[in-house]
Design a protein around this ligand. Sequence first.
Ligand code: MG
Length: 397
Amino acid sequence: MNERVRIVAIIAAGGQGSRLGAAIPKQLLEIAGRTILERSVAAFASHPRIVEIVVALPPEVAVDPPPFLTRYTKPVRLVPGGVRRQDSVARAFEAIHPPADVIVIHDAARPFVDAGTIDRTIDAAIDGGAAIAAMPSPDTVKLAREDEGHARVEATIPRERVWLAQTPQAFTREVLAAALALGAQGGSGTDEAALAEQAGCVVRLVPGDPRNIKITTPADLELARAVLAHEAGRERYDMAVRVGIGYDSHRLVQGRPLILGGVSIPHATGLAGHSDADALCHAITDAVLGAGALGDIGRHFPDTDPRWKDADSVELLRQAVLLVRQAGFTIANVDAVVVAEQPKLAPYVDAIRERLADPLGIDAGAVSVKGKTNEGMGETGRGEAIAVHAVAMLTRS
Ligand code: MG
């Protein structure tokens, strides 16, 4: 491909968009914080093969353009649009200087055009003179005729032959000049490709993109906003690194063993609870589930369920790790603080780390457990309870 070909984009934004019923031109309505026009222009401003952009705007907007139109690194010219779309495109075409080899025309009402569609259209135009992005029709198309006030089917068009035109539409300078000359002589078309056809040029079809929708009605606008909101959510969900927090506390009572992190610790009292009351395992389990946004320990292992009575909490942790693995994550590391006035945890810390490494599926070097007193304050400080805080980091596997 000869990239010394000078490619200029025309954004047709001259229409008033009356079908949306808004007080301002539809291209100036916002979707997720950016106007439809800004999104359309940005697609071309960020495309490496486009060297210049000409935007045809409603005359009242062209004299007082939105500030974003002045902030691109490549030249952006603004021209007042005409009555018909083809008039706007003709004015934009005249404003291109120096002349372009290939002109890519895009409808501002299609803010989701992707770089691949732009590339396919440009390449086919360089090769064949004119090309438009289009989608094969998913629906059967009926040709209709008015008959006594009712629409009736005149014919069914073979679906394989029906393509629905999108933009961009790209033309070599000669082809677009011929199409616009035909328009100036009274010819009209809903797009430049129609004029090019009428001028006797071959117009190629290249695959468009199903997301490259035209925003025409309030329903389209609603759909576009919903899609972007969903994608913003997805992006956050798809983040490569996730963090979760967990907390648990249990009372210390006579006659129970003290188990922390799956390790039995000799002590006069132990933690009270439905299961083995291993607060360290419980806090880490909640941190792991939290990082995966998979709920909490009570949801997966309710203490009303007899299956979990006196359950080994290390096994609950193993189950939680399995759940986040199924959701596509791997544990990266875990850190925990055990708040206990007694006993001193230090002698058991390494054994606990080794014990937890197995259900977590990581090296003991990525498991951290720290003991802390509460300086005599509150229930933990009086030795009546043990509390644990934990964080877990997950990575997408
Ligand atoms: Mg608990």
